[in-house]
Design a protein around this ligand. Structure first.
Ligand SMILES: [Fe+2]
Length: 430
């Protein structure tokens, strides 16, 4: 190794790989009681949402934990599109309940609610203190949290494998997050049996989110092209592409290309469901290390600015843009834009997604493969279908520019004008 290996160029020389230990397979959730007991906890806050409770999943999990002699209190109000206020209610419950462990059963929202409840119950303070700057205070938890076990019931967010919790800040019309290595669940139980009842649209959105997590991570600025962290504490969870994250992302891309269409077409295709669920966790580990960039940065204002879109297949109680769809709509144009920074990586992602070898690629190869996948799984055609037009581009760009934490991972510099062009191209993808 060169003696100047400490980054004489000012570039980062170090990356870390941390992953949530996972238990995967049909029936794995039946072992939840044993897993909780093994964590040495005696009083658990169980976090879930009404849909998952109604489907009978949460009551079964509660029963299995109680059978091990562990006390359980249920928080049943995790809501889609969580806000600082909805997180705060759950956190207050957590503080008062004096729990020594947390179990989340549900989609990304329930798992994120659990992460934040655990954070506040362990270290106190206000939620906004911990929210990423410049929106929040960017405070870091000083020591590990209480154990959190995550049991995902959708195959998309990979929240069981990541260090972030995402929330809406309605008065600033923006979505952002809290991210820190200590937010990562200590264990995940990934059981494909729990996703069998998901409607096709939910599977589509969640699966396209997985594909974007993996593609954005694989095509992100390499960790050693980023500035060196001033101290270990300053090294962000999203570090940029690195050899280990690449492996996880590549496998998730392969699964997404091969199984997402099947899982959407036939919800009872156990093999496809299982692969997408595992793919979500694999991608979660990959992007939890490398990070996502333009499509996710644009997704936050797309989901946060207007609340007019009523997604088919989701509860009809409030209009919102499902996360995966808010991400995928700008992905074709984003990867057309980034192509020249890393042509070989774009070609490889196109290959992994299509399952075919592609010898010659250009800036349109990957976007075309993504658009075909979007069409096949019934995704919206573009940003316009979600309730926006050209007059909204400035506001959308402003919202996306607030996501600097993500945009620094783009493999080339991205300006307001670049984002405006990407959004314009993404109005109608076909
Ligand atoms: Fe996502």
């Amino acid at each position: 190794m060169a003696a100047s290996g400490n980054g004489g160029s000012g570039h980062e020389t170090i990356f870390t790989m941390e992953a949530t230990p996972l238990k995967y397979g049909q029936g794995a959730s039946e072992e939840v009681g044993w897993e909780v007991k093994r964590l040495g906890v005696s009083r658990v806050m169980l976090i879930s949402d009404p849909g998952v409770i109604e489907a009978g999943i949460t009551p079964r999990i509660q029963e299995l934990i109680e059978a091990e002699g562990v006390e359980v209190e249920l928080w049943d109000r995790a809501r889609v599109e969580p806000t600082a206020d909805s997180f705060q209610e759950a956190a207050d419950f957590a503080v008062e309940g004096n729990f020594d462990g947390f179990v989340a059963v549900g989609g990304g929202t329930s798992i994120d609610t659990a992460k934040v409840s655990d954070l506040i119950a362990t270290h106190g303070g206000e939620i906004m203190d911990y929210v990423n700057p410049p929106i929040g205070g960017g405070k870091k938890p000083p020591s590990p949290l209480k154990p959190l076990l995550a049991v995902p019931t959708t195959s998309g967010t990979g929240a069981e494998a990541t260090t972030v919790a995402i929330l809406d800040i309605p008065d600033q019309r923006v979505k952002t997050g809290i991210s820190h290595a200590y937010m990562r669940p200590v264990r995940g139980i990934v059981d494909p049996n729990l996703t069998m009842t998901l409607p096709a649209e939910v599977t589509s959105s969640a699966g396209l989110d997985v594909v974007c997590h993996a593609a954005e991570s694989y095509i992100s600025k390499p960790y050693d092209e980023r500035p060196k962290a001033e101290s270990p504490d300053e090294r962000p969870p999203y570090q940029g592409a690195n050899p280990i994250a690449d492996m996880w992302s590549a496998k998730a891309l392969e699964y997404g290309g091969k199984y997402l269409r099947r899982a959407v077409e036939n919800g009872e295709d156990v093999e496809a469901r299982g692969a997408m669920m595992l793919g979500a966790s694999l991608a979660g580990i990959g992007f939890g290390s490398a990070g996502v960039h333009i499509p996710h940065a644009c997704s936050y204002p797309i989901a946060g600015l207007k609340h007019e879109y009523q997604p088919p297949g989701y509860p009809q109680d409030h209009p919102f843009v499902p996360h995966g769809w808010s991400v995928i709509v700008t992905a074709p144009a984003a990867f057309r834009f980034t192509y020249d920074a890393q042509p070989e990586r774009h070609r490889r992602v196109a290959e992994l997604l299509s399952g075919e070898s592609i010898e010659r690629a250009d800036e349109n190869t990957l976007p075309e493969i993504l658009i075909q996948l979007m069409k096949d799984v019934g995704a919206p055609k573009g940003v316009r279908e979600l309730g926006y037009d050209e007059d909204d581009i400035d506001d959308l760009v402003e919202g996306a520019m607030k996501q600097q934490r993500l945009l620094v991972g783009t493999p080339k510099e991205v300006t307001e004008e670049d984002l405006a062009n990407i959004l314009r191209e993404s109005m109608d993808n076909w």
